[in-house]
Every structure is written in C-alpha cells, then in structure tokens.
Ligand binder design. Structure first.
Ligand code: F6R
Length: 608
C-alpha cells in the first residue's frame, strides 16, 4: 500500500526518484509525487494517475532539480485519488513528507490542529502527520519526530524533509516497512528492495521507531531519544534483471514462466537423501510429530495455497487443518491450543491482517511458522519458525509464482509431517518427494503445451458477465485460486464452487452460454465432477474442462478441453494451476486491461 522512496547523492534526484518509484508502482498507482530541495527550497511536483502522468506533467511544467528528495506512489485510503490528496504533503512552512500506512487517530489530531488555527488542503491522514510534525518542530528534527510519534497511532513509514535542513533526509517507521540503501556516495530510502536494486544491493532494515538520518556523509541511525544505533548492513540477493520484465510483455507472464525455477530453488535445499528436511528452518521431525492441529492463516492467494495444504496434510498426515482468512481469524477469538501450529503464508510478509493474526497466535501460546517470500519482512522476523520461499521479486499484482512456491512448501511440509507421524513410510515419502522434485520440469512442459490453447480459450470468456469455476477436493481448492486470478485482472465476476454444491442453489445462475471452468484431475472424483458438468451443460453452460492426459472425456462433456500432463494425483494442482493462470492472463490481455496493475488493487496490503 503506497510506495515511498528518498534519495541523497550526486545524481539528478528527480530522475532517481522516478526510476525508483517505477519499481514500487505495484504498491499503488493512483497518484504519484516527488519533493526535491531546489536552490534551498523544497519544490513539489505531484499528479493524479500513474507515474507517467507525473512525468508528463513535469515535462511541461518543469522537473525539480536537486540532489535530495522524497517520492511517493499512492494507493488511496483517505480521500479520493487526486492531485491534492497525493503525496508529498507539506505540513506548513517547515516540513514536507511522504507516508506509507494509516494514521488511525487522524480525526482527533486533525480537530486539535484545526483548533490551533491550522487548515488542511487534502482529505488525507498524511497531511495530519505533516502538520503535526510541523507544529512540533522547533529546530531539533529528532525531538519533533519523537513528539509526533508519541501522538500518532497506526502504521506508517515516513520520509521527511525539514525546510531548514537542506542537506538531510529523515526517515522513521512503525509497522510499515522501510529500508535504507547505501551506494557509493549516495543513500536511499525505499519501501522495498527492488526500488533501489538498480543503484545498490546493500541496505539496512529500519526497525520500529528507529530514525535514519541521510546526508552527504552517509547514514546515521538513532532511537527516538537520540541514542546512536549500529545496524547490520544486508546484501540483497535479487538482481536487477530479476526485477525487470526480461523481454516478456507483462510481469505476470514472466512470473508464470519463472515458476519452474522458483519451485526448484525453493524445494531443492529442503530435500536431503531423497526426503524433506526442514531442520534448517528449525522444524524437526520431533516437533512435527507433536502437532495435534494446524491453522493456516493468510489472505487471498496465499490463503488459497493454504487450502491446497489442508487437503494434502489431512490426507497424508491425518492432522486436522483449519484454513482461515486472516482478517476473520484475528477478530473471531479463535480456539487455539498451546500445541497447535499456526502457519502464516505471505508473499510480502507485510500483510497487515496476516501479521496481526500471527501476533495473536503467538500471544495465545501457539507455535507460529511463517512461509514468506520477502526476506527480512515483518512476518518473517517475528515468526517462531520460518520457511522462505525463493520466488524472487513478484511484481505483478496478481500472484502466480508466489502461489506456486507456497504450495510446493505445503507439500514438503505435508510429506514430512506424514512421515514424522508414521502415516507414510520411508519409501512413500521418498517417492512423493521425488515426484515433487520433478514438478518444475512438468510445469515448464505444461506452460509450453497449453499457452496457445489458453490464449484461444480466453477468447471464449471475453463477453461473459459472470462465470463459475467448479471442482472437487484438491480441484476445488485450486478452482478458488483460478477464480480469484480471473476476476482480479479481467474484471469479470467469477466464483468458485465445490462442484457437488451447485445444485443446492448456485445452479440457478446458469444461463445459456455462461462459461463454467471445470477442473477434474482427481481420479476418484472424476466421474462425479463429470456428472456436475453435465448438469450445467444441460442448462446451457459453455464448459472449459481442465483435465489430465489420462482423462476419458466423452464428446458431450465439454466445449473446450485443456489437457495437462498427468503426475502423482496429489500433486496435480501444481500442474493444473498453469492453465488457470494463463486463461486469466490472456482474458485480461484481450480485454485490454492493465494486466500487472489491475484497478483498485495493490501488491502489498499493509492496511486492514
Ligand atoms: C492475488 C494476490 C493477493 C495476495 C494477498 C496476500 O493475486 O496476490 O490475494 O495473495 O493480498 O498477500 P501476501 O501474500 O503478500 O500476504
């Protein structure tokens, strides 16, 4: 939610800020702005719309020239997307800042400031912090920041320019992420590593309530009391190429193609002697054998990865698994016991609801295991146990490779848990692990095989107002993700349904020509799903069937059949996910949508 950047160095600041913001547009893209020290004054340029709209505006009205500044790309929370609501916000004469996060008590603070005679130009919570900081500033930036932070409640990362401190850029955060990059003779702040990777791979992670002071002498860190802090310099292992499109038309397509490598990089180090080995992540067979019950808590796609995990773990390890939406879990007083395992799945590691859910689980005494992609993120740092997925940076808002690696970890965990509990023998565990190791090659083969067909199949969905995804068992778990993928980037309404549940109400929605995408890869359930397909077909549905090479598909069953290679049945979601991703992708492309930046969405949801 919103991306912030800052720069101090010899380069043209506006150019650096715009280039860094491009890498953060996935966090929000309804307006953008920069503020730069130019000849002793802070000059602000901001505009509603994409970063390109800001660039166009600066081309006609002039680009701020200088070497120190901050920038912002917005995902609106308080106030509509507009130039006046976009950041940076000036708090008066003394302070200009950019903000990522939410100030929860902004209404009370605004009333207090208005009572002091201040008036506001925007509807944002950010301007309230800017004005508060401005009113608190009497020449000592740290003192003013500390006083302001003692008054605000919520989550935030701030990049601040004080008008009388031309050589300095201040940054502070609470909850919302912020890194401080260090290059040769230059320093940066950013919400995420890809923003600065073009300039440097070295960075510090700013912790809660730590202040960073960037100047031409480098960066210094201190507490809110002004005490100096020494921090560990980190080196990002994501290179620039990995964060670029690499010749693909969209990041989403690139990321779909990166899935074989992402899965391989994620699982290979966790397999030894042919068996899963998660000891490096502090997960021992002894610990696993004691688990009585598992909760998987996550949002969106990550929650859908949990759904696949539920079927796998319950089937193989016979341990009950409850999958919860994090925003529900955190407020419904869940019944967690001390020996329960709570698994939090998150690509960004910063999702506000998932983080809060994990903290709640910890408070209640449960063991927490985080499955996270973004290194050093809040969820990764606070979990008791941690498995990093190695998908590399995922830029497209619609998650694909992160989902795939999340599932791959759920399989590894399921296999090891079942083995540790004595539910599967050595030989079975080795066989399953070996099939999993072979999945990257099958995903690659599948992409090649179904790409053109999905492109063609997508044409059948373009005019639909609404459609259904159906499946049973693991196919149902996968359908949930297929449906979310389609709706978020094509803007066509879609729901996923357990195929057997249709006739309890939903089948009344079927009208002539309505698309139904059926997934049928599970042998024992195949005939039952086919019966459900026939029921919708008899009522006029246009059926696209995703099945495997072995499926016997009668002529009257589907209008369009997409076959994927068959592997061990329990692992079929990793293969069948590919056509669902590509169908969504091509539908979005053919409808002329912005595939990587769908409307109203943002990649990292750091607000409730
Ligand atoms: C959809 C998508 C979202 C995320 C969700 C959780 O394609 O990406 O549904 O899965 O917002 O995000 P993370 O995984 O960062 O916690």
């Amino acid at each position: 939610m919103c991306g912030i950047v800052g720069y101090v160095g010899p380069k043209d600041c506006s150019e650096v800020l715009v280039s860094a913001l491009r890498k953060l547009e996935y966090r929000g893209y309804d307006s953008a702005g920069i503020a730069v020290f130019e000849d002793g004054n802070i000059r602000i340029a901001k505009e509603k719309g994409r970063l390109d709209d800001l660039v166009a505006k600066m081309q006609t009205e002039g680009t701020p020239k200088g070497h120190i500044g901050v920038g912002h790309t917005r995902w609106a929370t308080h106030g509509v997307p507009s130039a006046k609501n976009s950041h940076p916000h000036a708090g008066g004469e003394k302070v200009t800042l950019v903000h990522n996060g939410i100030i929860e008590n902004y209404k009370e603070l605004k009333e207090q400031l208005e009572a002091q005679g201040r008036s506001f130009v925007s509807e944002t919570d950010t301007e309230v912090v800017a004005q508060l900081l401005d009113s608190n500033y009497e020449g000592d930036p740290i003192e003013a920041i500390a006083k302001t932070l003692s008054q605000v409640e919520g989550s935030f990362a701030l990049g601040i320019l004080f008008a009388d401190r031309e050589g300095e850029l201040y940054a502070v955060r609470r909850e919302s992420p912020l890194i401080v990059g260090v290059g040769e003779d230059e320093t940066f702040i950013a919400s995420d590593v890809p923003a600065i990777i073009k300039y440097t791979s070295q960075y510090y992670l700013l912790e809660h309530d730590e202040v960073a002071v960037l100047s031409e002498n480098g960066v210094k860190f201190c507490t809110l009391e002004g005490e100096k802090i020494e921090k560990e310099l980190k080196v990002a292992d994501w290179d620039q190429e990995a964060a670029e499109k690499g010749g693909y038309e969209h990041y989403m397509l690139k990321e779909i193609h990166e899935q074989p490598t992402a899965v391989k990089t994620t699982i290979t180090p966790r397999i030894s002697n042919g068996l899963p080995n998660l000891e490096e992540c502090s997960i021992t067979p002894e610990k696993l054998s004691e688990i009585k019950q598992i909760y998987v808590v996550a949002c969106g796609t990550a929650m859908h990865a949990g759904m696949v995990g539920k079927y796998v773990i319950e089937k193989l390890a016979r341990v009950p698994v409850h999958v919860d939406i994090a925003s529900e879990f955190r407020y419904r007083e869940p019944l967690i016991n001390k020996d329960d395992l709570v698994i939090i799945i998150s690509q960004s590691g910063e999702t506000a609801d998932s983080l809060a859910a994990m903290r709640l689980a910890k408070q209640m005494g449960a063991n927490t295991l985080a499955i996270v992609n973004a290194k050093g993120s809040s969820i990764a740092r606070e979990a008791d146990m941690l498995i990093y997925t190695h998908a590399g940076p995922e830029i497209a808002v619609a998650s694909t490779k992160a989902y795939m690696v999340q599932i791959s970890v759920m399989y590894l965990l399921g296999f090891e848990l079942a083995h540790a509990k004595g539910r599967i023998d050595d030989e079975t565990c080795r066989r399953l692990t070996s099939v999993l190791s072979g999945v990257p090659a099958v995903i690659e083969e599948t992409i090649e095989r179904v790409d053109a067909q999905c492109n063609e199949g997508a044409n059948k969905l373009l005019e639909a107002e609404s459609l259904l995804y159906i499946g049973r068992g693991l196919d149902y778990a996968l359908s949930m993700e297929g449906s979310l993928k389609l709706k978020e980037i094509s803007y066509i309404h879609s729901e996923s349904y357990a195929a057997g549940e249709l006739k309890h109400g939903t089948i009344s929605l079927i009208t002539d020509g309505m698309p139904v995408i059926a997934v049928a890869t599970q042998n024992a359930l195949y005939d039952k799903t086919v019966s459900n397909i026939k029921e919708v077909k008899a009522r006029g549905a246009m059926v696209i069937l995703v099945c495997d090479d072995d499926a016997q598909v009668g002529e009257d069953v589907a209008d369009f059949v997409i076959r994927v290679p068959r592997i061990e049945e329990i692992l079929m979601p990793m293969v069948a996910a590919v056509p669902l991703q590509l169908l969504a992708y091509y539908t979005s492309v053919h409808r002329g949508n912005d595939v990587d930046k769908p409307r109203n969405l943002a990649k990292s949801v750091t607000v409730e």
